[in-house]
Design a binder for this molecule. Structure first.
Ligand code: DGY
Length: 427
């Protein structure tokens, strides 16, 4: 990575964004568009916070886990304080509980974030104390996934809502989402398009289906034992599963280090089963992994970055995956697009149908570096820093020209910039 003269200022700007969006014990992604605590945003935010305040970084995670459900699920949004600027708010989810939360989850980056916080801590005693309390909670969430989202014991978990993937409107979901009905969707008013150009966000047709699924799960009383089989949308996302696997490997290390032998042993078994199951998602023709539609019983022919994210956990042929990343990058000005630019469905400005996301770049570059492809990793880091230097800390970017898109003054982009600038550290 090339460190440039302005990088100290860039680092300071990133810190300012994290501080501006700090609400005391949790951080919002950005003002207006996302005024609450989001699960994977928050965990990745802690990676940024640790560079200037380790105690605050641990608190970020502890606040999220204070809202873990009794069954182990960690919800995707915690609605700490009322805010009419976001839809769907707590009354739509109606999950109960003193601090309202959503009723679905998000990519479990928690485990590998915790391991990095712990392994690279400056204050070792603090890290030991904080991590010791968090390991059993992380384990409970991971067990929840396999019990509730893999009831047949395949080794891979399904998401039941596109919002769970974190890649809300990816082309990956088009086919499965088309199966979700829209009859009976209660009238609603989106708020996201008051903050951001509608051309950069999911469509109305997608929102109708997002809402139908929420209503369906609410009708079932958010009973996670029921949701999987009752959902017309059950998709096995290789990206999501790779994140879970990598976090489970991190959990093994943490549990071993902190004296949780039983937790370590169970996590080892899950990892072994998941690793073996990934073979069924590989596409030789595409040179990447594909999503599997569990309801239709087939792989989904959509080449998104979800199918490259197994790099994060060193799953599959790293060389082949790195070649696919390079092929995509060569077609655009900035990598890594969230979808294959050669696909006619690629949309460079619409959220997860083409734009670049710094969190994805961080995970891809980390995986490439750890798995023998340092040059490919360095290219992604260079693209990421070029985007930020030229176009600021946006939510996402147009890969064809770098245009800043979505929310601005964006927390996780700032946190990732700090990680990439601090560089050289091994997760
Ligand atoms: C949104 O509202 O756009 C979020 O991505 C859902 O969590």
């Amino acid at each position: 990575m090339s460190i440039q003269p302005g990088d100290a200022a860039l680092f300071a700007n990133a810190e300012r964004i994290l501080r501006d969006n700090d609400r005391g014990a949790y951080t919002i992604p950005t003002r207006g568009l996302y005024p609450f605590q989001w699960n994977w945003d928050s965990c990745l935010t802690a990676l940024g916070q640790r560079h200037f305040d380790e105690t605050r970084a641990w608190t970020e995670i502890e606040t999220l886990l204070a809202h873990q459900w009794p069954d182990g699920m960690v919800p995707h949004i915690v609605f700490h304080a009322p805010d009419e600027g976001y839809f769907p708010g707590p009354s739509v989810w109606a999950t109960g509980g003193s601090t309202p939360t959503s009723g679905i989850t998000q990519p479990p980056v928690l485990g590998f974030v915790l391991r990095r916080l712990y392994a690279e801590a400056r204050d070792k005693a603090l890290a030991r104390e904080r991590a010791t309390a968090l390991v059993p909670k992380t384990d409970a969430w991971h067990r929840w996934f396999y019990a509730n989202r893999d009831p047949a014991g395949t080794g891979l978990v399904a998401i039941l809502h596109p919002w769970e993937s974190g890649r809300d409107n990816s082309i990956d979901w088009d086919e499965a989402l088309a199966r979700v009905p829209t009859e009976g969707v209660e009238p609603y008013h989106r708020r996201d398009t008051r903050h951001v150009d509608a051309a950069e966000r999911p469509t109305e047709a997608e929102y109708d289906r997002y809402l139908w699924l929420v209503q369906q799960f609410r009708r079932l009383g958010w009973d996670n034992a029921e949701l999987h089989d009752a959902s017309p949308f059950q998709v096995v996302d290789p990206g999501f599963n790779a994140i879970l696997l990598r976090s489970d490997e991190a959990l093994v290390e943490l549990a071993d280090a902190l004296g949780f032998a039983g937790i370590a042993e169970d996590a080892r078994c899950r990892v072994a089963q998941a690793r073996a199951a990934f073979a069924g998602l590989w596409s030789e023709a595409a040179g990447q992994f594909l999503c599997y539609d569990r309801v239709a019983g087939r792989l989904i022919d959509s080449h998104s970055v979800g199918g490259l994210l197994p790099l994060l956990a060193g799953i599959g042929d790293t060389g082949r995956l790195a070649a696919t990343v390079r092929r995509w990058r060569q077609q655009v000005a900035f990598g890594v697009p969230s979808h294959d630019p050669a696909d006619p469905r690629f949309e460079p400005k619409r959220y997860w149908r083409g734009p670049c996301w710094l969190v994805v770049n961080f995970m891809l570059s980390d995986g490439l570096k750890r798995n023998g492809e340092p040059a490919a990793a360095a290219e992604i880091v260079a693209d990421s820093l070029r985007l930020i230097r030229r176009h600021g800390f946006a939510e996402y970017y147009d890969p064809t020209d770098g245009t800043a898109l979505g929310g601005r003054h964006f927390t996780w982009t700032a946190a990732m910039a700090m990680e990439l600038l601090a560089g050289g550290r091994e997760a």
